[in-house]
Design a protein around this ligand. Structure first.
Ligand SMILES: [Zn+2]
Length: 856
């Protein structure tokens, strides 16, 4: 036994030992209750960063704790391995994406193992492996059979540099590509979509089942689904065709003074009068090159062109002009809106700019507004006016209020009908990229889109392709593209789009329990045994799309009869960021590397001389504030790194890196080492001490069981690792201060400390556990259980005050009555020193706290 704590000597040894003993393999025996712990799987960039360390450590503590608490645990790990970076590496470095990806995976695996994470590597998956994407393709075809996949010509965000379609969230607020920085263009392409909108209501309703999720994530999901109620109303036009409008405020129809349709609306051409034709065409062309964000940004200058035509407002038969404007999107609602400028700020700005009528139909209680003089839209509550059957009714969405009444009136007049609308749109799953799962479809001139038969899956990615960086390499590979139709044999062409990588991550958690199955995506009895995931941990950046798509997949797979659960993730924890100190020149916006700063306590920019701001920001290379996990592990060991990360902040909060606090945790590991190695304890029994205890033994037992109680509570429901570690520190101090080293209670304390420590700092806990004479791993032990009799306090301390001033204290039996306490206090040496021979006017007894003597 080394007398000095040296993590380098013990950590690798135990990692090997655990692997050899297969300690973390997922049990197949179903007799114990199950616990499915899951961390969001990483993109294999090649290097583990501190954010990874945080999330995997959190999940590891939970997994280790649950094993010790008697659960059979599934704690798998895999790789979200398709995506653009691998393809860009192929283009830039002439290395095949597969080679690049697998070498990154190998590197990261070594780094993960060095952290002592208890993953079951038998469950490992990589989404880019044909063994996995075969089943992603099979899943795609499940959506096709269910009628939930379709092709549609759609306007997409087009990145002219990467030659690919971008999702809306891949376009920044300035309309630039998140990756290439190119100004995003609009382009029509035939794409594959999934009908997630068919599940909008379920996805919204079932958020109620997710009480183990952070409230803000549920709110974000609900907002993204964006359910609204309103009415569908038909406006007749002078060309005979109707314009359908959806509005959440059908009560304001009487205030509609013009209509706006999207520049892409199919009726634009017919509605355009010859004299307006040139202006309309020019406007359409200009808006085609703008991104959605460009077009719909709040506060942007309003633009638009009148078509020259009119529509009839169905509620009052007024003729109102029809305009086109780019803030109306074709794939949003019906692509046409009625404009009520008096009560909608965007419509108001538009009407002001183009001199259109503004008609007030909701009047505030205390004054009368005039449409020609108001300076902004009136959107507060009020009473309906100039609105025919609605006049005098309270404006709003409650029972018997204007919206309700308007819908009833429209329906009774057959001028419109009440409708529910969702902001959620169908999921565009096509990508024009190589490094993704090929969409298993063959386009036949006679049969149309034909699914690749199951027995021909997977459609493997061809390896002999060229990466030029322009367009999809798949589309250029004739030998791959040209195939006979599986249905009729006619020469046909493969679909050359690959799938959005969100497809791969929307079902991986169903695959893990049965990860090596080569006959099916999973055996339903195995998947049903493990699902739902009991605790999912990952970043808040996935609060919307990944979680929504995974929930959608789960419901569809359930409806295909493959899974029993409605929701994939029972509980969700979104961990905070890992931040560290960065030096920023606020004038130039540049970050300065600390190595170039001569006086770090008064940092100035070495080039400009400007005083630098010291800020805590998310670790990143570009801010020169990253801390490499391997540096910390090499210096202090993985246990210290884990303890720091867990202790520094509650898991959902941001964490500020601090070298001094890392050092502090290293010292704590050393204190534990010393207390245990100097304890002389050689007891290989884990039984609770019993018998007659001395007072100091009783005190120590109380400390031991308070630690068990507090730590167990900290790790139940919420995971408050930081306060749990504080309790470990207290227990270690109590053991350190205890002098009777041969006591059974002391032995109980040492063993309890190590078992409580095991989930947090697994290596040192196992080393010390063996050092006191145990032959089995501490990770196979049960987590300590509270003996509540140890918490009973025999004696309590009572403060003695004379005239309200504290003079000392006494101990009394905890069961003493008020009178007994007074008697003991009066007789005590402390009190007698002051009250002997004096007249005690009054004695105030506060049971459990103090006795105050009022003397003359
Ligand atoms: Zn055919």
């Amino acid at each position: 036994m080394e007398s000095r704590y040296s993590p380098a000597d013990i950590e690798e040894k135990w990692q090997k030992d655990w692997a050899a003993q297969k300690l973390f393999e997922t049990p197949t025996d179903r007799s114990k209750p199950k616990f499915y712990a899951l961390s969001m799987f990483p993109y294999p960039s090649g290097n583990l960063h501190m954010g990874h360390v945080r999330v995997y450590t959190i999940v590891d503590v939970i997994a280790r704790l649950k094993r010790m608490q008697g659960f059979r645990v599934l704690n798998p790990m895999g790789w979200d391995a398709f995506g653009l970076p691998a393809e860009n590496a192929a283009i830039e470095r002439n290395i095949h994406p597969a080679k690049w990806t697998y070498s990154n995976i190998a590197q990261m695996k070594v780094q993960l193992d060095a952290l002592g994470i208890s993953f079951d590597w038998n469950k490992e998956i990589a989404t880019c492996s044909p063994n996995y994407y075969k089943w992603t393709q099979w899943m795609f075809l499940q959506f096709v059979s269910a009628g939930l996949a379709y092709q549609k010509e759609a306007i997409v965000n087009w990145d002219p540099i990467d030659q690919t379609v971008l999702a809306n969230e891949q376009v920044d607020t300035e309309g630039r590509s998140w990756r290439s920085g190119a100004k995003v263009e609009r382009k029509q392409l035939r794409q594959w979509f999934f009908k997630i909108t068919d599940y909008a209501e379920q996805l919204l309703q079932d958020l109620d089942q997710l009480d183990g999720w952070p409230e803000r994530v549920r709110t974000m999901q609900a907002n993204w689904i964006g359910k609204s109620t309103g009415a569908q109303v038909t406006f007749k036009t002078e060309i005979g065709a109707d314009l359908e409008v959806y509005t959440t405020r059908p009560d304001t129809l009487w205030g509609a003074s013009f209509m706006v349709i999207s520049p892409e609306h199919p009726l634009v051409e017919k509605l355009t009068k010859p004299e307006q034709s040139a202006a309309i065409k020019a406007y359409q062309e200009a808006s085609a090159s703008k991104s959605e964000i460009d077009r719909t940004a709040e506060g942007k200058e309003k633009t638009g062109v009148w078509t020259g035509s009119y529509a009839t407002n169905p509620v009052n038969d007024l003729q109102i002009p029809i305009w086109i404007a780019d803030y109306v999107m074709m794939d949003y609602g019906t692509g046409a809106i009625m404009a009520v400028p008096a009560h909608d700020q965007r419509d108001f700005e538009f009407a002001k700019k183009f001199g259109l009528e503004i008609k007030v139909v909701v009047q505030p209680i205390d004054q009368t507004l005039d449409g020609s003089t108001i300076t902004k839209a009136f959107t507060d509550s009020g009473v309906m006016a100039n609105s025919g059957p609605l006049d005098g009714i309270t404006a709003g969405k409650g029972k018997d209020q204007s919206v309700d009444v308007a819908v009833q009136w429209l329906e009774s007049q057959t001028k419109g009908k009440g409708t529910i609308n969702y902001r959620l749109r169908d999921w565009l799953v096509s990508r024009q990229r190589y490094w993704g799962s090929p969409i298993p479809i063959i386009h036949c001139p006679d049969c149309g889109a034909v699914p690749v038969p199951d027995d021909q899956l997977p459609v493997e990615l061809p390896e002999d392709v060229e990466f030029s960086g322009k367009g999809s390499p798949l589309a250029k590979l004739e030998s791959w593209v040209n195939v006979p139709c599986p249905s009729c044999g006619t020469p046909a062409k493969r679909e050359t789009d690959t799938m959005d990588t969100f497809m791969c991550s929307s079902w991986y958690f169903m695959r893990y329990p049965d990860a090596q199955n080569d006959k099916a995506a999973f055996d339903p009895s195995i998947a049903n045994d493990w699902m739902q995931v009991d605790q999912y941990v990952g970043g808040i950046e996935h609060a919307i799309l990944h979680l929504l798509y995974s929930r959608f997949f789960t419901k569809v797979v359930r409806d295909r009869g493959l899974l029993n659960c409605n929701e994939p993730f029972k509980r969700l924890l979104t961990q905070g960021m890992v931040q560290s100190k960065a030096y920023k020149n606020s004038k130039t916006g540049q970050y300065i590397t600390p190595e170039n700063i001569s006086d770090i306590t008064n940092p100035v920019d070495p080039e400009t001389g400007d005083v630098l701001d010291v800020v805590y920001e998310k670790m990143s290379k570009s801010k020169y504030n990253g801390v490499a996990p391997s540096d910390v592990i090499d210096k202090y060991g993985a246990d210290t790194a884990r303890m720091f990360i867990l202790f520094k902040a509650p898991p959902e909060k941001d964490l500020e890196w601090d070298d001094a606090d890392v050092e502090g945790q290293f010292r704590f590991m050393n204190r534990i080492w010393r207390v245990v190695t100097e304890s002389g304890v050689k007891a290989n029994s884990t039984t609770i001490a019993s018998g007659n205890f001395s007072k100091s033994e009783k005190d120590l037992r109380r400390s031991i069981h308070i630690a068990i109680k507090e730590i167990t509570e900290d790790l139940t429901d919420d995971y408050q690792f930081n306060t749990a570690i504080s309790e470990l520190m207290k227990l270690n101090n109590a053991l350190n201060d205890f002098t009777q080293k041969d006591s059974h209670v002391f032995a109980e304390g040492i063993q309890t400390l190590l078992r409580l420590l095991a989930p947090f700092a697994p290596h040192i806990a196992d080393e010390l556990w063996h050092s006191i004479g145990n032959s089995e791993s501490v990770h196979t032990q049960t987590f300590p259980v509270l003996d509540s009799t140890a918490l009973v306090v025999d004696e309590i301390t009572i403060v003695i005050q004379i005239l309200g001033k504290t003079r000392g204290s006494i101990t009394v039996p905890s069961a003493s009555t008020k009178d007994e306490i007074q008697a003991l206090a009066t007789a005590s040496e402390v009190a007698q020193k002051y009250i002997a021979g004096k007249e005690v006017k009054k004695t105030i007894v506060v049971p459990g706290k103090l006795v105050n003597f009022v003397i003359v």
